[in-house]
Design a protein around this ligand. Sequence first.
Ligand code: ADP
Length: 367
Amino acid sequence: MAEVILKNLSKSYDGKSKAVNDVNIKINDKEFVVLVGPSGCGKSTTLRMVAGLEDISGGEILIDGKVVNDISPKDRDIAMVFQNYALYPHMTVFENMAFGLKLRKFPKSEILNRVQEAAKILDIENFLERKPKALSGGQRQRVAVGRAIVRKPKVFLFDEPLSNLDAKLRVQMRTEISKLHKKLEATMIYVTHDQTEAMTMGDKIVVMKDGFVQQIDSPLKLYNNPVNKFVAGFIGSPSMNFIDGKIIKNTKLLFQSVDGKDTIELSGKYSSKLESYLNKNIILGFRPEDIQIKNTESGNLSRHSIKLEVVEPMGNEIFIYFLLGNAEITGRVPADTILKVDDVIDVFIDKDKLHFFDADDQKSIVD
Ligand code: ADP
């Protein structure tokens, strides 16, 4: 059992501004929770407070119901894997992995068993006698994870552990850490700035910005029901498109872009919430995949004539870029389409996949 609760957690380094502001997160036993957000949003500070490496300015951290604010890092029964691996260069892989157990005065036979077991799980049994400098980045990362595993901690903390790896290895290690989580059935808290990493690994994702938690949800819920424009734009790649405009009415409710040139008729499912925004400023959002260039009979579509500014073939699909309602819009279309820059074509926006944000507080209006 290892449940971690952060209660009104705050941190100020200078006594004035807050790097972490009133953060409340409940991490259930065996859960994989990812803290994600742009650089400087307070993810590492939060994680380091859980580890006990950073003093807490306000609030509480509870592990299995016990307040650990004043408990030293070594007595918290947690293990942390860092971005730079933090291996001892003069020690072999075996010694690096065994070090924490030796310090804690484990018997030799127990240390041997645990290191061998972890090495097997991580497929580094053949490197145990090597020094870190004789290992690749991916192997070093495994040793760093191995050092955490041998401790059999209640909670694993990961601080951007894959940032120093190349793209291919990053994807591979992503899967390995997810598998490891299933195998060890441990509680894990993982920090990354990479929304793809968060989406593919997290049972639950905490999106942070400027020291504040924005939303805590499952990956799909974050994607489909972002609570504000920041989360909507941060989760998903390429990002959601946004157009400034307002709600107007002729016989039906319409969204009209700020330049007055484009309108989208709003389907009934949005009207009750948007009625109160009549003639008010609003931000419309829709994802690149909710644009088509073929007029299928099935969808509830809004047609717009546009000129292609950029066409980017990605192999499996094409990204198209164009202007609509004074905004730069990205679309994803099938790879078999023949398109050129400056082509004037019709695009069709799925009217059932729209998002709306209040222009003042940027909160989602319809979710
Ligand atoms: P993230 O991990 O999301 O990139 P951090 O938690 O590292 O963000 O940083 C949050 C904020 O706290 C940033 O504004 C950063 O500059 C500041 N900060 C981080 N560590 C320190 C420190 N040791 N001293 C002073 N300010 C710090």
